[in-house]
Design a protein around this ligand. Structure first.
Ligand code: URA
Length: 212
């Protein structure tokens, strides 16, 4: 797995504000949105382009457009949904699938409860959105599902990652067809498999605790 930690002052400043316990939900959502757009600049770097003829007000020249089929973006329910707008702002033609996994709070094992993925994910850029790469179990399950549907390469976009989670995903996918783009790698996981220092429960901070 190829790991890119986006080292940028604007990313670092927004991440600091995101971690702050007193940051209210509307501001938290906006910060996530901004951060994902910044990470997306790196995450989309290897998308394919093809030449296209452009007529400027002055002359005709050659530009590029993204190749078809359009990219596939897969937010992991529920917190990944808070990252969707930030990515499709850059990729307005993207198609969206959904991966619903819930983590058992005792065993930290993920299990599927919803899966809306195309039968055939071949020949396109594929992006998985999940703010927190903690144990890595969820991300491994989603990437496996996409590779099984023919995706040649999968890019995971996360806000924070724990070293333990990165190692687990790396050993599940040692080749460079799986990439991770992340704003920061934190110290460790705690006994509840939360990222330290982290930002708490990303889903609750984005959407509140009404959905449990
Ligand atoms: N999921 C979260 O929302 N936060 C963590 O720290 C770990 C997993």
């Amino acid at each position: 797995m190829k790991v890119t930690v986006v080292d940028h002052p604007v990313v670092a400043a927004k991440l600091g504000a995101l971690r702050e316990e007193s940051t209210p939900t509307p501001v938290f959502r906006r910060l996530v949105d901004d951060l994902v757009t910044l990470l997306a600049y790196e995450a989309t770097r290897s998308l394919g382009v093809e030449p296209v003829t452009i007529t400027t007000p002055i002359t005709t020249t050659t530009g590029v457009r993204l190749t078809s089929p359009p990219p596939l973006v897969v937010p992991v329910l529920r917190a990944g949904v808070g990252m969707l707008d930030g990515l499709i702002r850059l990729l307005p033609d993207a198609e969206v699938g959904f991966a619903g996994l819930v983590r058992d709070e005792t065993t930290a094992q993920p299990s599927w409860y919803a899966e809306r993925l195309p039968e055939d994910a071949a020949g396109r850029g594929v992006f998985v959105l999940d703010p927190m790469l903690a144990t890595g179990g969820t991300l491994i399950a989603v990437v496996q599902a996409l590779l099984a549907r023919g995706a040649e390469a999968v890019t995971c976009v996360c806000l924070l990652a724990a070293p333990e989670g990165i190692e687990r995903v790396r050993s599940a996918f040692p080749a460079d067809n799986v990439s991770l783009v992340v704003a920061a790698v934190d110290e460790r996981l705690d006994e509840r498999a939360y990222i330290v220092p982290g930002l708490g429960d990303a889903g609750d901070r984005l959407f509140g605790s009404a959905a449990g």
